[in-house]
Design a protein around this ligand. Structure first.
Ligand SMILES: [Zn+2]
Length: 394
C-alpha cells in the first residue's frame, strides 16, 4: 500500500489546484457493469455480493466490484450498465431482470443509495446526502425488440440510458471496430471494412454499416420516452445519423465510456469530429481507465513506459480541452473483461473499484460532478415529447 499512496501523493503534488483532494468527491462513473455475473454467467467468476476476485490490474475475467468496494470508491453516481452475453446467459431479458433485481436488493439493504429514474430524483437524493445508481442498457438487440419490452424496461424499470450497439453488427445498425484482436468480435463488419478499404480522415479502418430503419425507429421511440442515447460502440456511420437526430432534438451527446481515437487507433475511440459534436451539443463523456484502452497515449510522466495514471490524465485533459473540463468524467467499464489501470510498474496495484475515487483524484480536479450531470441530463428528460417532435421534423 505504501507504493500506492506514495505514487498517488506524487501526482497530487503535481496538480496545481490548491484544494485538498477528497477521494471521489462528486464522482460520476458513467459506465459500470456492477452486476456482471448476472449478465455474463460462466465463464465469469465472482458475484457482486461476494469477495473481489481479481488480484491485479491485469486480470480481466473476475469481479472487481462488491458492496464494500462500491462504498469505498467515493462514487456519488454510478451509471449501471446492464448487459447480457449472447452465448452464456440464456434468455437475454431474464439476464437483465436478474441484474435489476440485484440492484434493487442492494438499495434496499443500503438506504443511503437510491435508484434514480430522473434528474429530479437524482438531484433530491444528492441534496439529501444519498448516492445513486442510474440504469443503462448496453446493447439493445434481443432486449428492446417490442413495445412490451419498452414498457417493461424503460417505462417501468427505469432504464434511462441506452447504448444502442455493442460488439456485433445487428438489425439496429453497425458496431464500431475494436483495436487489434478485438476486431474479431465483429468479424463480418471488419471483413467488409477491410475489403472496401473504408477509413476515416486519419486512416483508421471504419465499419461501413450504419443505422437500419429498425434502428431509427428504436432511436425515436427511446427519445420519446426520455432515454439518453449513448454513442459509445456506434460506428462512424451510426454516429453521423445519431448526432443529427440528437442535434435536431437539441439533445446533448453522450459517450459513457470511450478513449481518444488518435491514440487508440480504432473506430471504437472518439474522433476529433465527434469530440467537437459533444462540445457543440453541450454533451459529456467518460474516459475508460483501462490499459487496454489507453495504449499508445503519450506521457512523459509515466514511470515505467507508456500507460498508467499519466496516460489517463493525458486523455482526460486533452478531451477536456475540447469539450470543457467539467464535461469529462470516468466511464470505468468495470467489470468489463478489460485490464484495469496500473499504479506502479509491478502490476500489483489498482485492481478493484474501491480505488476509483483515488484514480480520479490523481488525474485531475474539476471534472464532471453530480450537479453538472443533473443539469445535462435534465435536457434529455424534461421535454421528451417536444424532443421527438423536433427530431421528426426533417
Ligand atoms: Zn462497452
Amino acid at each position: 500500500m505504501k507504493i500506492l499512496f506514495g505514487f498517488l501523493a506524487s501526482f497530487a503534488l503535481q496538480t496545481a489546484h490548491a484544494a485538498a483532494p477528497v477521494a471521489g468527491e462528486g464522482l460520476v462513473d458513467l459506465h459500470a457493469h456492477v452486476f456482471m455475473y448476472e449478465g455474463f454467467g460462466v465463464p465469469w467468476f465472482g458475484k457482486f455480493n461476494g469477495p473481489i476476485e481479481v488480484k491485479s490490474w491485469k486480470e480481466k475475467m473476475g469481479s472487481k466490484i462488491n458492496p464494500e468496494a462500491l462504498e469505498k470508491s467515493g462514487a456519488q453516481v454510478v451509471v449501471v450498465a446492464l448487459y447480457t452475453h449472447p452465448l452464456f446467459r440464456g434468455e437475454p431479458r431474464d439476464a437483465i431482470r436478474r441484474q435489476i433485481f440485484t440492484a434493487k436488493q442492494f438499495v434496499k439493504a443500503h438506504p443511503h443509495w437510491v435508484i434514480a429514474r430522473s434528474p429530479n430524483e437524482l438531484e433530491q437524493a444528492h441534496a439529501a446526502g444519498k448516492k445513486a445508481l442510474v440504469f443503462s442498457l448496453e446493447g439493445a438487440a434481443q432486449v428492446l425488440e417490442t413495445e412490451q419490452d419498452l414498457v417493461e424496461f424503460i417505462d417501468q424499470e427505469g432504464i434511462r440510458i441506452v447504448t444502442l450497439y455493442h460488439f456485433i453488427d445487428d438489425h439496429f445498425g453497425g458496431a464500431a471496430l475494436m483495436r487489434g484482436t478485438g476486431s474479431a468480435a465483429n468479424p463480418l463488419g471488419w471483413f467488409k471494412a477491410w475489403k472496401n478499404g473504408t477509413r476515416d480522415s486519419q486512416g483508421v479502418l471504419v465499419n461501413t454499416k450504419g443505422m437500419t430503419d429498425t434502428g431509427r425507429r428504436l432511436a425515436h421511440s427511446l427519445i420519446q420516452r426520455g432515454v439518453w442515447m449513448d454513442l459509445s460502440h456506434a460506428t462512424d456511420a451510426d454516429q453521423v445519423e445519431l448526432t443529427q437526430i440528437s442535434e435536431k432534438a437539441q439533445l446533448p451527446l453522450l459517450y459513457t465510456h470511450t478513449a481518444l481515437r488518435k491514440y487508440l487507433g480504432a473506430e471504437r475511440g472518439i474522433s476529433e469530429i465527434q469530440l467537437q459534436a459533444v462540445k457543440r451539443t453541450g454533451g459529456i463523456l467518460g474516459i475508460i481507465p483501462s490499459e487496454d484502452m489507453l495504449q499508445d497515449t503519450p506521457s512523459r510522466l509515466a514511470p515505467c513506459g507508456a500507460g498508467g495514471i499519466p496516460a489517463l490524465k493525458h486523455q482526460v485533459q486533452e478531451a477536456g480541452q475540447v469539450v470543457g473540463e467539467d464535461a469529462v468524467s470516468l466511464g470505468s467499464d468495470l467489470n468489463a473483461p478489460l485490464s484495469f489501470i496500473r499504479a506502479d510498474c509491478n502490476g500489483s496495484q489498482f485492481s478493484d473499484y474501491s480505488q476509483l475515487g483515488a484514480i480520479w483524484n490523481s488525474t485531475q480536479r474539476g471534472g464532471l460532478n453530480v450537479k453538472k450531470f443533473v443539469k445535462v441530463w435534465s435536457r434529455v428528460h424534461t421535454h421528451p415529447n417536444e424532443s421527438l417532435n423536433k427530431a421528426s421534423k426533417k
